[in-house]
Ligand binder design. Sequence first.
Ligand SMILES: Cc1ncc(COP(=O)(O)O)c(C=O)c1O
Length: 435
Amino acid sequence: MDTEYWIAADKAHCWHPFTRQDEWVAGEPAEPLVLVAGEGAWLTDSEGRRYIDGNASIWTNVHGHNHPVINAAIAGQLEKVAHTSYLGFANPRASELAQRLCALFPPQSLERVFFSDDGSTAVECAVKMAIQYRLQTGEENRTEFIAFDQAYHGDTMGAAALGGVGAFFDRFRKLGFPVSHVAGLADLMALEEAALARTAAVIIEPLVQGVNQIRPWPAGMLRQLREWCDRHGVHLILDEVMTGFGRTGSMFACQREDVIPDFLCLAKGLTGGYLPMAATMVRGAIYDAFLGGAENAFYYGHSYTGNQLGCAAALASLDVFEQERTLAKIPAKVAQLQEGLARLADRYDVVHEVRQCGMVAGVELRGKAGERFAAADRTGEKVSLLARRHGLLTRSILDTLVIIPPLSIDRDEIDHMFRALEAAIHDYFQDETPA
Ligand SMILES: Cc1ncc(COP(=O)(O)O)c(C=O)c1O
């Protein structure tokens, strides 16, 4: 078993997400990297090279890889049982986890947790619940949704219908359910009353859109959106799949603007980035509408719903938040990120804009006169690939280099990340000599 073998088997049989398979199999623009181990903020490839996980393994990892507390929790659970059906049965870890998640919010707010498997299913559940709620509360005409331009909410058909990135979703959207997309709050407020009367819910990635090249919303926007929803009887679905579990500096992004949603979608960081698991949290009043007869029940679920290993990992991750005072340590890291980003913007003309929301950051590259690079140049992708040579794994979105490290990253590791970014920019734009 070695690198060559794994790559050959991959190229012969695997199909990767969001990937041009013809290029991948041709080894273009780079041969696949085979990741075999991790420790803290670092990952190791099959040739023994080490990299900072600057992308937190697609925005999932929170406390670092190979964390002893989470490892022990999973191993301990394995001694008992890995998985049991949640359909018709309860299990200790899921009970404990639901209770702990609800306790993170004020009493009588988000009171129920529906478990599923990943970010897309967390959103899919919220959408189906939002529709069914209206159907059984005498508001049969309120079954449409409002989402934001360039939003990303996942890839299952329902979540895809909400998505606003044309290249991903246009060919599927018309097969989904009615969704109006708006650019921002002003657009939303301009919608006609008749459209609002058909609307079940608005969905948003709170504080910052991730897939839209890390684009923060204006401060205060979320609070205003909540007030608007209340005025118009529209439910608010917060997709905290990326922002949840500390990424923006508080446990949940909504807490930064003192907002409680009607539906909250969680995934990625829920298990500390260890196992696929999601949760859709709802207000008690919404849950109540699903009581009182077979016709009101929520007929939805997956085989691995409430998976005991996933719940054990999630409980351990919440423990680590407390034991390591993870949230208390974030402000200093956010400040260091901010300084590093400002330095990049200062030093390199090709750094057009840096955007940051807590531990989530993007570095947008453009030509020196501010012009966008041709899409065919794939500048961001090539700079990200060059960063590998300097010990950093990240993934660009178009020409924005994304920086979302594990929250556990330390000072030296953040410095390493910026050195690697600078070196990659320097390598690609040969003439870009730092001032
Ligand atoms: C905001 C948001 N929602 C939903 C998803 C979908 O999550 P998953 O890939 O786990 O299905 C993502 C994934 O990046 C996301 O960023």
